[in-house]
Design a protein around this ligand. Structure first.
Ligand code: CP
Ligand code: NVA
Length: 307
């Protein structure tokens, strides 16, 4: 995987996803047993953030530290695409650092960055996708359920960036996914179409519905996210009237399998997309998933840099 970019979750084959998950498990076990060797000593990562973050910033930065490397936070002051073109930023960074991650508004910005940079680029969330979150979800599912093939993951709420990356990874890995979203907030048809093609190869099924019960029934995992993503703040009030039917609450948990996992990329809004009792309850694995962001991203960095 040396030199590869991660812009869309659909960029990774089943073998590549398995490779990242295996490496993440090994790095995690090693870290828990006392620490990782400095595989990335002397290496630097540039972290571009157009949007706020807690998990993404800390997990990449801590992960780089644990591997003996260094990460540099680049916030709004670099004027991504305004003070300087994305192409110029990519060309400059490629002269100094070994790897770049970017959290952007427009998905096209990560695509352009990856095209223009001569070092690997990781999408750390765009308006269209959040592949690192999908990888962390997969590692968490693997840890709790073992076999992935044939599991059912239900998505409740907005057909957003996290939903898109989950559709692609589930379809690649043979996991059935049913997304329940209000009409007008369905995932992008091009992503659904791509996922359905991948699902044909892996033997899974991709369903999109307006009915939360159809999605939740018999599910191995219930996944939700905020109703208004970063950049959609002005729509938050309108969305809060449309989405309550899709709230992950005890009634929905009762429709799923008895050992269902409750997942959320975080940050969460208790009382909106998920009730506090469910988010903080016995089925919740949200903190495992947050921790696993660090382990999958460490695996991504070492694999993309060829170590
Ligand atoms: N889940 C996630 O990406 O969290 P942050 O927005 O805090 O980075
Ligand atoms: N869909 C959310 C995810 C945050 C991690 C957003 O884009 O704001």
């Amino acid at each position: 995987m040396k030199g590869k970019n991660l812009v869309s979750m659909g960029d990774f084959s089943r073998e590549e996803v398995e490779c990242v998950i295996e490496r993440a498990r090994a790095l995690k076990a090693e870290w828990k047993a006392g620490g990782n060797p400095p595989l990335l000593a002397g290496k630097t990562m540039a972290m571009i953030f157009e949007k706020p973050s807690l998990r993404t910033r800390v997990t990449f930065e801590a992960g780089m530290t644990q591997l003996g490397g260094h990460a540099i936070y680049l916030g709004q002051d670099i004027g991504f695409g305004t003070r300087e073109t994305i192409a110029d930023i990519a060309a400059n960074l490629s002269r100094w650092v070994e790897i770049i991650m970017a959290r952007t508004y427009a998905h096209e910005s990560v695509i352009e960055l990856a095209q223009e940079a001569s070092v690997p680029v990781i999408n750390a969330l765009s308006d269209h996708e959040h592949p690192c979150q999908a990888l962390a979800a997969l590692l968490t599912l693997h840890e709790h359920k073992g076999e992935l093939q044939g599991l059912k993951l239900a998505w409740l709420g907005d057909g957003n960036n996290v939903c898109h990356s989950l559709l692609l990874i589930c379809a690649t890995m043979g996991i059935n996914m049913a997304a329940a979203c209000p009409r007008g907030y369905w995932p992008d048809p091009s992503v659904v179409g791509w996922a359905r093609k991948l699902a044909q190869e892996s033997g899974s099924e991709i369903v999109v519905t307006t009915d939360p019960a159809v999605a939740a029934k018999g599910a191995d995992a219930l996944y939700t996210d905020v109703w208004a993503s970063m950049g959609q703040e002005s729509e938050a009030e309108e969305r809060s009237k449309i989405f309550p039917l899709y709230q992950v609450n005890q009634a929905l948990v009762d429709l799923a399998k008895g050992d269902v996992l409750v997942m959320h990329c975080l940050p969460a809004h208790r009382g909106d997309e998920i009730t506090a009792d469910v988010l903080d309850g016995p089925h919740s694995v949200v903190l495992d998933e947050a921790e696993n962001r660090m382990h999958v991203q460490k695996a991504l960095m070492v694999e993309m840099l060829g170590f």
